[in-house]
Design a binder for this molecule. Structure first.
Ligand SMILES: [Zn+2]
Length: 358
């Protein structure tokens, strides 16, 4: 079971960042995206200064988590003699920060500024090429020492981020059990704990119970119980205990789809579609698929192929083929999945969506 060492969530908790950083180092270096850092920079600096651990340096040029970016920022942080890295922003920034910390052998703290992914608490970094093609899931030796989620900050980010995060978190309820079943069948050493699986199921029930309300609340600028519940579902529960592993068909389908031209949706949105594909692959009861599809539709998550972007149907087989790449997480399904099965399931999802929402 792999977890961040500490998870803190609440309104205004960014004010405590400095005192937490102080427990791990004296020379913090911030890795961030430009827009996200501009929104929290003053509060981050003030908190660090007040705790007597002022920012040693920062790099806010992350636009993609690439190998080149990791090497470039690691060199900068090393030059500043940084002894703790703070990743500030969305998934790309925190993933870059975690990889930089790993290469410098120093602890990392995640300070998300939005809720589009659960990358903050994970012990992995997803590496992309400059043109956003998935390259590698880099597994790290440990998770962040702290994930600090200020709900006042993440709830003020554009509501689409919360929806994307819910799409990504949705996959957990299906991928984690699939992954765990295949590990058990392989008699592998990395068996998932029942505690981790239990929390992932809690994530699913939270999303179903509070997801739609939470979207309405953030759109209206309200920080409510539903928002707090959904933020925790995304940031803590969805990856709980898996540290970056535990993906299966939903993410493999995402990786296949993003390898072809024309996809215009974001990670969590495509993963939500991939979750529907996984549910069909698993031959789940139609009522269950319809329930999740209705929930996705109500949130504005894609349920039709045409909603994913302008895709040439001829490329779909390439996407299905890539989804079944032996190096990808389709192999974590507890049964053999072929490209033809992926293609058929995508078409089945599309047909069902067309019949439910003509
Ligand atoms: Zn994901």
């Amino acid at each position: 079971m792999i977890l961040p060492a500490k998870y803190v969530q609440g309104e205004g908790v960014i004010g405590k960042l400095g005192s937490y950083v102080k427990q791990h180092g004296e020379r913090p270096f911030v890795v961030a995206g430009r827009t996200s850092f501009s929104k929290v920079r003053a509060r981050v600096q003030a908190s660090l200064l007040a705790a007597g651990v002022p920012i040693r340096g920062f790099d806010d040029t992350v636009t993609e988590c690439t190998r080149a970016k990791i090497v470039e920022i690691a060199a900068k942080a090393e030059e500043k003699d940084a002894d703790v890295i703070i990743g500030c922003g969305g998934g790309k920034a925190v993933d870059t920060a975690k990889a930089v910390a790993e290469s410098l052998h120093v602890p990392v703290i995640s300070v998300p500024t939005q809720c589009a992914t659960n990358a903050d608490g994970m012990a992995d970094a997803v590496i992309y090429s400059e043109d956003h093609k998935f390259q590698q899931d880099l597994f790290l030796s440990q998770g962040p020492v702290l994930v600090l989620v200020d709900t006042d900050i993440v709830a003020r980010a554009p509501p689409m981020y919360l929806v994307q995060g819910m799409g990504d978190a949705l996959a957990a309820a299906f991928e984690k059990p699939a992954y765990a079943a295949s590990q058990r069948a392989k008699k592998g050493a990395d068996l998932a704990t029942s505690a981790a699986l239990e929390v992932n199921m809690k994530c699913f029930s939270t999303l179903m119970a509070h997801g739609i309300q939470a979207k309405k609340d953030v759109e209206a600028g309200r920080l409510t119980e539903s928002v707090e519940a959904v933020v925790e579902a995304i940031k803590l529960q969805s990856g709980f205990g898996f540290g970056g592993g535990g993906c299966a068909a939903a993410h493999a389908t995402h990786n296949g789809l993003t390898s072809i031209p024309g996809i215009s949706r974001k990670h969590g949105e495509i993963v939500a579609f991939g979750t529907l594909v996984q549910m069909v692959l698993e031959k789940r009861p139609m009522g269950e698929v319809e329930r999740v599809m209705r929930w996705c539709h109500e949130l504005g998550l894609p349920i039709r192929v045409s909603e994913l972007g302008k895709i040439d149907r001829k490329d779909m087989f390439l996407a299905a083929d890539k989804a079944c790449d032996p190096g990808d997480t389709m192999s974590a399904m507890p049964f053999l999945v072929t490209p033809k099965m992926v293609l058929d399931s995508i078409e089945e999802v599309d047909r069902l969506a067309a019949s439910m929402f003509p």
